[in-house]
Design a protein around this ligand. Structure first.
Ligand code: IVH
Length: 667
């Protein structure tokens, strides 16, 4: 097989596996094998620029070359739906339809209303050529490069599926709950503003200028509307079932209803059942199923007469706003917090809600004493969504304004260009910042000094024992055992735990410094790359940017951190105290594999893959992920992937069994 043939085969295979994984939820190969094939394709495409194809599966990883979004006219306007919140409106809709059709029988296609953002996808000759957001309904933003990274959207629909040559399909782009929660956790750890709900997160993500970000955020898409030549038969429902066979993700919850009772049953069922879905839904969409009947009913200026959306009531409570306080985090970011009369909401008592930032406070036009509506955004974080202005009466409470000075240390707050948050700039003396940094240093993912908690840190801080992490190492049992020595045992435990933390791995130390935006993963990457604090401290922007997973924002933050002498002084004090400032050397037990590039494939009996990786390194070899001419041999276990086998044979690369490999390093 020539390399260009191989490219075509790999593209087809990868798309098939992608579909099995993301649409059917039934993968046939391991993630590792998938990655290997992807790497092989990336290599080959680099060698054959003439084979470039925007719809190659390699485009799913994204690039930072995403241009500004061009505005493009929709072929058919993207209308929205009439909304209702009650059953009477649903009944009225049903009766209007019956009347409009002159008493002719009709079916209703009942669907979930997905809470994301609408998207229009154009396919020509089975190739995805354009993805547009709704925009103003007439023109949308061309977000094709970003949409290509969404794994459940087919880039190519093969002719064998029987799809029409060209068609448009519309649907909803969503961020699944799981991705949303992970994203917000990550943002919280970096003290970045949280997304209020998956819809905002999906929308923010899709408008990102860097499609690699989109690729990492794991969006999903459900399709629910075929237009133009895509509408093959007369039944909307049947057409969507057909589109499923073309490779699109069509919701399994869709159903045909034959009566108003069917519609109410569907609503009742999903009103509770939707909570167990992996994505957010905010209602039900009802559509007359027959396209002929749809045409007969037609459109109003804004929306079709043949469809309507019934919205679920979001769980919401009304309570009184008592006070707004301001919290200062370890980076100095100031978060406004609403303190309210306790109220029951979706099963828990809520009395505090984040107000996010000054802009949001202004938008709400909040007054102290207002009755406010509280919702659980994305059903997680309570949030004030509005004010019941009617209950205000004659007396308006004082306006809620953002603090001008730090509530903890009195320093005037600052707001940086382009950021929504206010900061207290008093890095060296603002207590919550100092305490926050120590708490971060001792936290589980950092130095893991678990016999110390926030209360103890607070106490030691108040007593003047600690101002920064290096002071921890000067604490003696006598300092903390109480005047009567009654707490001697626990004091000893704490001192021992602090002592033991000196041996923590270098990446934890890097994470523990609390450099802005440097999370656990970034810290690991930086530690592995630079191997010592001195090297990390001297790293240039270019060197930082070369590290996998480190972008401009993190790199700049690292530079800024080390440019501050106070941080450098802290690191020196930590080093003096004996904290580990270097990556542990992997002990080379031999150089038997020196200079060898080894690919691992399949499953093993004696050791895990991870262990084999380490063994290879211990003997001076290098583990690489894809096979090329430079590969020395393949360490092959059971069930080595067929594509790898073929490639190895083609390039004449030796395949070494687990047993022979172990012998090789023992001799
Ligand atoms: S059909 C002309 N079906 O809700 C009909 N829309 O205002 C086009 N949506 O903008 C829309 N789930 O973004 C349809 N199953 C579904 C939907 C759905 C969510 C969104 C869509 C639309 C809005 C309705």
């Amino acid at each position: 097989m020539t390399e260009t043939d191989r490219i075509l085969t790999l593209r087809k295979e990868l798309e098939r596996h992608n579909y099995n994984y993301y649409v059917k939820n039934a993968p046939e190969i391991s993630d590792r094998e998938f990655d290997d094939m992807m790497h092989e394709l990336i290599d080959l495409e680099q060698r054959h620029p003439e084979m470039a194809d925007p719809n190659s599966p390699t485009s799913r990883v994204g690039s930072d070359l995403t241009e500004d979004f061009e505005q493009v006219a929709h072929r058919y306007p993207m209308l929205s739906l009439g909304n209702t919140y009650n059953r009477d409106d649903v009944r009225a809709f049903y009766e209007r339809v019956a009347q409009g059709l002159g008493g002719e029988p009709f079916d209703i296609c009942m669907e979930l209303k997905f809470d994301g953002l609408g998207i229009s996808l154009w396919y020509e000759d089975g190739q995805l050529v354009r993805a547009l957001t709704r925009g103003d309904g007439v023109r949308g933003d061309d977000v094709t490069a970003n949409v290509r990274t969404i794994r459940s959207i087919p880039l190519v629909v093969p002719q064998e599926t029987g799809r029409p040559a060209s068609f448009e399909i519309r649907g909803e782009i969503l961020m699944p709950w799981k991705s949303f929660e992970a994203l917000n956790q990550q943002r919280e750890a970096r003290e970045e503003p949280l997304f209020a709900n998956p819809r905002n997160a999906a929308s923010g993500t899709l408008k990102s200028k860097d499609s690699r970000v989109v690729s990492q955020r794991r969006l999903d898409a459900y399709l629910y509307y075929l237009l133009g030549d895509g509408a093959v038969g007369d039944s909307h429902y049947a057409n969507l079932q057909l589109a499923r066979t073309w490779g699109f993700k069509i919701s399994e919850s869709m159903k045909l209803g034959h009566s108003l009772q069917d519609v109410f049953d569907f609503i009742d069922y999903w009103d509770t059942e939707r909570r167990s879905l992996p994505v957010a839904t905010d209602g039900i969409v009802l559509k007359v199923d027959s396209l002929r009947q749809q045409r007969q009913l037609g459109f109003t200026a804004k929306s079709p007469r043949w469809a309507i959306a019934y919205k679920f009531q979001a769980e919401r409570a009304l309570t009184r706003l008592r006070e707004v306080t301001f919290q200062v985090g370890r980076t100095g970011a100031v978060t406004p917090v609403a303190n309210m009369d306790p109220v029951l909401l979706a099963g828990t008592i809520v009395k505090r809600a984040s107000l996010h930032n000054a802009d949001i406070i202004r938008q709400l036009d909040l007054r102290l004493g207002d009755m406010v509506y509280v919702e659980k955004a994305g059903e997680i974080i309570p949030q004030i969504v509005g004010v019941d202005t009617e209950s205000r009466g004659m007396m308006l409470g004082p306006e809620v304004t953002f603090a001008t000075h730090c509530p903890e240390c009195g320093t005037p707050l600052v707001r940086y260009e382009g950021e929504a948050a206010h900061y207290c700039p008093n890095y060296t003396a603002c207590p919550p910042q100092l305490k926050g940094r120590i708490e971060h240093y001792i936290s589980r993912d950092a130095m893991n000094i678990d016999s110390l908690g926030p209360e103890t840190v607070d106490e030691y801080f108040e007593r003047g024992l600690i101002r920064d992490a290096s002071d921890l190492y000067r604490i003696r049992v006598a300092d903390i055992c109480g005047v009567d020595r009654s707490r001697e045992k626990s004091a000893r435990k704490i001192v021992d735990a602090i002592e033991a933390s000196k041996k923590m791995s270098f990446d934890r130390v890097v994470f523990g410094l609390g450099i802005r935006f440097v999370g656990k993963v970034a810290a690991k990457m930086l530690a592995a790359q630079f191997k010592s604090m001195t090297a990390l401290r001297n790293a240039t922007l270019e060197q930082l940017l070369q590290v996998e997973g480190i972008g401009e924002k993190i790199a700049q933050s690292v530079l800024q951190y080390f440019a501050d002498e106070r941080n450098v002084a802290l690191i020196e004090r930590l080093a003096e105290a004996g904290v580990n400032m270097e990556m542990e050397q992997v002990e080379t037990t031999s150089d038997r594999l020196a200079g060898k590039s080894i690919v691992i494939s399949g499953t093993f009996e004696q050791h895990s893959r991870e262990e084999y990786k380490q063994i290879i390194e211990m003997h001076g070899g290098k583990n690489v992920s894809s096979i090329s001419q430079k590969t020395s041999f393949i360490l092959a276990g059971e069930n080595m992937g067929p594509s790898k086998l073929e490639k190895a044979q083609k390039l004449g690369i030796a395949i070494v069994s687990e047993e022979s490999f172990l012998q090789m390093i023992e001799d």
